[in-house]
Design a protein around this ligand. Structure first.
Ligand code: CTP
Ligand code: MN
Ligand code: MN
Ligand code: MN
Length: 396
């Protein structure tokens, strides 16, 4: 009887937003391997491939299924009929269960290309296509890229110079520290404002690669012009190392009622936002201290490298600030909590199963032709006819 239970096949809902996916799951041996395959597929795929079949996406779906299983897979038979796990993935799972490792994965881990692509995509401001260009040019180290005389975006210059700081995991306490700095500044400009830590930390992660802060005010419209003032203050306090402020027009800020854009899997939204790098004091002090050099896009990469190597009392940290109008808050919260795969399936599910269009701005019912406003995260799930999945179980 016990043996039979162990061989029971797993039942899996097709969309990951229907499943509960904790951070700590039961199949780490398998997911560690599939994470390598997923990354490698992303490095290999060309960006104009994404309309057709994507191996990277297929592996991400396998990963999402494995992370959501209530028990460890002990036999490949258990997942024979599970959606999203195709023949090749089943072979890999079988090999992993039998040998505790997989030849294809071990070969990738040893390959120069994989390791260099991993290094180069780890640079803030450099995506897969930039990393590939650096790799194809014959560069093999960050120093090569720094020395090489090529056009680089300002973001990439900072990413290269502050690589060590930015690749140090951001701790939850540091996220809270940045949140209170931003909260104090913002409250002094606009009382009653809310600042929320979202992203991975809201999903229960203890470390992250950045700090995602949602900024909103109960009075719709009060948030207009706020971000510029926050940035001015951060600048005065010398906290900003680098930043890019995406302003947007008023009409873009509001979810378009006419469903003219087809629902997409795009993560792009139209919120006014800032993504950048701040210099966070290493020791939390009561007083704000002058810590970082001001943003200077004309700074040479050599100056930036010197600055990063200097004896400094701060660490460079990636920060995203997103301004969300009150009426869109809970959709923005869901979108910025993620994870990316959860959002992707949430939007796909809404489109395919409910004929609704979901984005970080709202939910539009295409059948009824109306916008569904929400006053809580629970309500978003209710509209979508899904069980309420708490943030800690959205780690697909
Ligand atoms: N996101 C978004 N629009 C963007 C960037 C991100 O909606 N332009 C969403 C993503 O769906 C993601 C969440 O915001 O789930 C946070 O993004 P990110 O910081 O990239 O990832 P995290 O999940 O926070 O992971 P990490 O801990 O590595 O930062
Ligand atoms: Mn990836
Ligand atoms: Mn994040
Ligand atoms: Mn982010």
């Amino acid at each position: 009887n016990y043996k039979q239970t162990k061989l029971n096949c797993f039942q899996v809902d097709p969309y990951c937003c229907q499943r509960r996916t904790p951070l700590q799951h039961h199949n780490k041996l398998l997911t560690d391997a599939f994470e390598i395959l997923e990354e490698n597929a992303e490095y290999i795929e060309s960006s104009n491939d994404t309309k057709g079949y994507s191996r990277n996406l297929a592996y991400r779906r396998v990963l999402a299924v494995l992370r959501s299983l209530p028990q460890a897979v002990t036999s490949v038979k258990q997942i024979k009929d599970v959606k999203h796990i195709g023949g090749h993935s089943q072979k890999i799972i079988q090999e992993l269960l039998e040998e505790k490792c997989c030849l294809e994965v071990e070969e990738i881990k040893r390959s120069v290309r994989y390791n260099k692509m991993k290094l180069f995509t780890g640079v803030f401001g450099a995506g897969v296509s930039t990393a590939r260009r650096w790799y194809d040019t014959g560069m093999t180290s960050l120093n090569d890229v720094i020395q090489h005389n090529e056009d680089r975006s300002t973001a990439q210059k900072y990413g290269l110079a502050f690589f060590d700081d930015l690749n140090m995991p951001v701790l939850k306490a540091e996220a809270e520290q940045v949140k209170s700095i931003v909260k104090n500044i913002t409250e002094s400009i606009l009382p009653g404002v809310s600042v929320t830590v979202t992203g991975g930390f809201r999903r229960g992660k203890t470390v992250g690669h950045d700090i995602d802060l949602l900024i909103s005010h109960p009075k719709e419209g009060a948030e207009i012009g706020l971000l510029g003032k926050i940035l001015e203050k951060l600048q005065q306090l010398n906290l900003i190392l680098y930043g890019s402020h995406n302003k947007c027009t008023y009409s873009e800020r509001h979810f378009t009622e006419e469903p003219r854009d087809p629902p997409t899997n795009s993560q792009m939204d139209h919120f006014e936002k800032w993504f950048g790098i701040i210099g966070l004091p290493k020791i939390s002090t009561e007083k704000t201290v002058l810590i970082a050099e001001n943003d200077a896009s004309d700074k040479s990469i050599k100056d930036l490298v010197d600055l990063s190597k200097s004896e400094k009392s701060w660490t460079a940290k990636r920060v995203d600030l997103i301004i969300v109008p009150s009426s869109q808050y809970f959709y923005g919260l869901v979108g910025w909590t993620g994870n990316k795969m959860f959002n992707r399936d949430l939007r796909l599910y809404a489109q395919k199963e409910l004929n609704m269009r979901l984005s970080s701005h709202g939910l539009y019912d295409l059948t009824k032709g109306c916008l569904l406003t929400s006053n809580s995260e629970e309500e978003v799930f209710k509209y979508l006819k899904l069980p309420v999945i708490p943030p800690e179980l959205r780690n697909c």
